[in-house]
Structure formats: C-alpha cells, structure tokens
Ligand binder design. Structure first.
Ligand code: SAM
Ligand code: DTB
Ligand code: SF4
Length: 322
C-alpha cells in the first residue's frame, strides 16, 4: 500500500462539519467509501469476537439515563457483589470454548476501590493465562490503577465517551466529559489498548452523532476498538421510551466511524438482539468488524452463539486472525 494513502487516511483533525457532510452523502456512496477503507486496512470478511461478563452487577451510583444498572432507576436489576475469581475464570473458559477471542469484564462502578482492584487483577491474570485477550470496563481510573491493571495483564480498557460533548449533560449528570477523557489518557499512558465508543438512539440529533464521532476521531490516538452501541431500551430507565433510531442512520454511523478511524476495529455492539440479519449484514458492509458473542451482554440479552454462528456462515464471515 503506498505510504501517501496511509498518511492521508489517518487523520486526527476531523471537524464536526466534515463528519456531518459524510452523513449527508448518498447512502451507497457513503457505504462504498467505508468499504473501500475497510478493505485497505482489514481482511474484509473477518470479525473479532468478544464475550462480556458482568463481574459486579447493579447498584451503581451514577445516573446514566440509558443504564439498567444505575441505582437511580427501578429496572429490576438486583445489585450483586463482585464475583469470585474462580467463578469468573469458569465463565472465561466457557467463553473460550464457544470461540471468544477476548473476554471483557464489566463492573457497575463509578470507579474501582483499590481493594476491589486486587480481585480484578487476579481475574485479569487468570483470564490471560487461558490464552484469551483481556478487557475490563470498571469506570473511572487513576493513573496508578491503570498501571496496576496493565501489570496484571490487561490488554484493553473500555471506557466510552457515550455521546457528543454537547448532548452529554442530557444523559449523565454525575460525572463530566473531561473525567472520561482523563481516564482514557491514563489508560493510554499505562500502555493499554483503548476501547472507546458510544451509544446512538438516545434522542440525539444527527449533528450530535457527528459530534460523538468527531470526539473519538480527534483523540490523540484513535481508539483501537470503537464500540457503536444501539440503545437497548430498558424499562425503568429515563430512555425506556426513546424513539427508535432509523436503521439506515445506524448503518451510516458505522460507516462514518469506519471512514474517520480506518485502522480501528469497529464493533457492532449492543442492540443486535433487536436487529435483523439483513441490517447486521449492512453494518458489516459499512465496516463493522467486531461483535459481542454469547447470549448476554451485561444484563440484557444478545443473540445466542448458534444464531451468530449461522449468521456468520450465511455471510461468509470468519473469526478475525491477528
Ligand atoms: N460502569 C462502567 C462505565 O460506565 O464506564 C462500566 C460499565 S458500563 C455498563 C459500559 C458501557 O455500556 C456504557 O458506557 C454504555 O456505553 C454501555 N451501555 C450501558 N447500558 C446500555 C444500554 N442500555 N444500551 C446500550 N449501551 C449501554
Ligand atoms: C460497550 O460499549 N457496550 C458493552 C460494553 N461496552 C461494556 C455494554 C453494553 C451493555 C448493554 C446493556 C446491558 O446489557 O446491561
Ligand atoms: Fe454505572 Fe456504568 Fe451504568 Fe453509568 S453506565 S450507571 S457508570 S454501570
């Protein structure tokens, strides 16, 4: 691949207006551009497979309007203590048997206490020893906590920007956008890979969606992994009755993420349970190349493994080889 093509493709100076203009392209033109870049940087028919486990569920002090695990809303999710290390390792072994490549441990915390991090570090080391890539999402981290996780063997840290800076206040009041940027900087400085994306379908405008992609694509380094979540509407949360996002607008968001961050793995993340196979096929065509596999996300359903195997077979997709 010619060097000038690479230099031109990987930009950190995207403006929101330029990204809004991508959204405005004719659908076929947008998907063609995304697919062209996808093929330049990735094997086009390979999909990275991650499995999620909620290692500490519910009772979270934050007020994220989308989240079934916030203690502010009555969603029927019971708060549970941090799981035992052995129980987590048993789940990781099962995920590996089912073909997962990365095991992502999620905790409903604002931030981990140092005492909790002892157990999480033991989980990370144990999962890594199984030959799986490791990922965790535990809320805000200090620099020292990020370094401890890295030393324990953590490959990826997931921390989402969630939405555009100017829509953020409508969704979360208990922490600031800058807090998230600070955590992402700590994760990078510690030498871990960054998994960072957002949620669409929360009542934001197209311009807000462009603002989210602009915030991600102008980080000092593009996130290695970019999860694009379709809001999973959970009864009891403030967003339970949010208007459904137009399906093709979701595909456009995937395509725009692919164009603005060509070397990042873009994950068709939460929300697949409500999507047809045809819609998911369009997302792969638009540059998505990762999914969560396994019948549960953190607290909500995800397609069962055999359903996804059948989909991947029908579409000629295979697990990503590095
Ligand atoms: N508590 C930690 C935090 O917020 O960073 C980690 C777990 S939190 C559940 C991880 C991410 O899940 C959130 O940032 C959000 O993007 C996503 N998420 C949570 N609830 C969701 C929902 N109902 N639909 C789509 N994505 C959701
Ligand atoms: C991400 O961006 N999506 C995942 C993962 N990172 C942690 C979480 C989705 C959660 C969906 C709601 C639930 O199952 O509780
Ligand atoms: Fe807590 Fe994370 Fe849910 Fe926000 S998204 S309420 S921080 S678990």
């Amino acid at each position: 691949m010619p060097k000038d093509v690479e230099v031109h493709d990987i930009r950190h100076d995207w403006t929101r207006d330029e990204i809004a203009a991508l959204y405005d392209l004719p659908f076929g033109e947008l998907v063609f551009r995304a697919q062209t870049l996808h093929r330049r940087y990735f094997a086009p028919n390979q999909v990275q497979l991650s499995t999620l486990l909620s290692i500490k569920t519910g009772g979270c002090p934050e007020d994220c309007a989308y989240c079934p695990q916030s203690a502010h809303y009555d969603t029927g999710v019971d708060a549970a203590k941090l799981m035992d290390v052995e129980a987590v390792l048993a789940e990781a072994r099962a995920a590996k048997v089912q073909g997962a490549q990365r095991f992502c441990m999620g905790a409903a915390w604002r931030e981990p206490k140092d005492r909790d991090l002892d157990a999480v570090c033991a989980m990370v080391t144990g999962v890594k020893a199984l030959g799986l890539e490791t990922c965790a999402t535990l809320g805000m981290l200090t620099g020292a906590q990020a370094q401890r996780l890295k030393a324990a063997g953590l490959d990826y840290y997931n921390h989402n920007l969630d939405t555009a800076p100017d829509f953020y206040g409508a969704i979360i009041s208990t922490r600031q956008y800058q807090d998230r940027l600070d955590t992402l900087a700590h994760v990078r400085s510690a030498g871990m890979k960054v998994c960072c994306g957002g949620i669409v379908g929360m009542g934001e405008s197209r311009d807000h969606r462009a603002g989210l992609i602009a915030a991600l694509a102008t980080l000092p380094e593009h996130p290695d992994s970019v999860p694009i979540n379709m809001l999973v509407k959970v009864a009891g949360t403030p967003l339970a009755n949010a208007d459904a996002l137009d399906e093709l607008e979701f595909v456009r968001t995937i395509a725009v993420a692919r164009i603005c961050m060509p070397q990042s793995v873009v994950r068709l993340s939460a929300g697949r349970e409500g999507m047809s196979e045809a819609l998911q096929a369009l997302c792969f065509l638009a540059g998505a190349n990762s999914i969560f596999c396994g019948a549960r996300l953190l607290t909500t359903p995800n397609p069962a493994r055999d359903i996804d195997r059948a989909m991947m077979d029908r579409l000629g997709l295979s697990p990503m080889t590095s």
